[in-house]
Design a protein around this ligand. Structure first.
Ligand code: SF4
Length: 127
């Protein structure tokens, strides 16, 4: 009888210890989850491939650039050379150079564009 009780107590102690060890594993270092801190920096991809100063700037005709709604340069066959006198610097969608690097941006196309570049979305600026 006494041996049975001792055996039962030992069993209870062992199962209790095992349960506590399991709980410790869940709430301790073993259960750690990694979370990324929110970032406040603006990456080039979130601005549509241009410095922040161009992200929502307005073009020659006043069209506001929307970084979330731009065509890729590939999609509009952008090139670094003008075509028959048509070039970004006289296109209504051109955003002039803001940081003296010789390049501007476009209200409808992602990335920096050259003043003497051209794409199939060209529309002459009549202003
Ligand atoms: S020619 Fe194309 S890339 Fe250049 S400003 Fe006009 S729409 Fe933008």
């Amino acid at each position: 009888m006494a041996d049975d009780q001792r055996t039962r107590r030992r069993f209870m102690w062992l199962t209790g210890t095992a349960a506590m060890a399991g709980l410790a594993g869940c709430s301790g270092d073993g259960g750690e989850t990694e979370t990324e801190a929110p970032t406040t920096t603006t990456s080039a991809s979130s601005t549509g491939g241009v410095p922040a100063a161009y992200a929502t700037a307005t073009s020659l005709d006043g069209t506001q650039r929307n970084p979330d709604s731009l065509s890729s340069q590939e999609a509009v066959s952008y090139q670094d050379q003008p075509k028959d006198g048509q070039q970004c610097s006289n296109c209504r969608f051109y955003i002039e150079d803001k940081n003296d690097d010789g390049l501007g941006a476009c209200a409808i196309v992602e990335g920096k564009v050259a003043p003497d570049g051209y794409c199939v979305s060209y529309v002459a600026y009549e202003g």
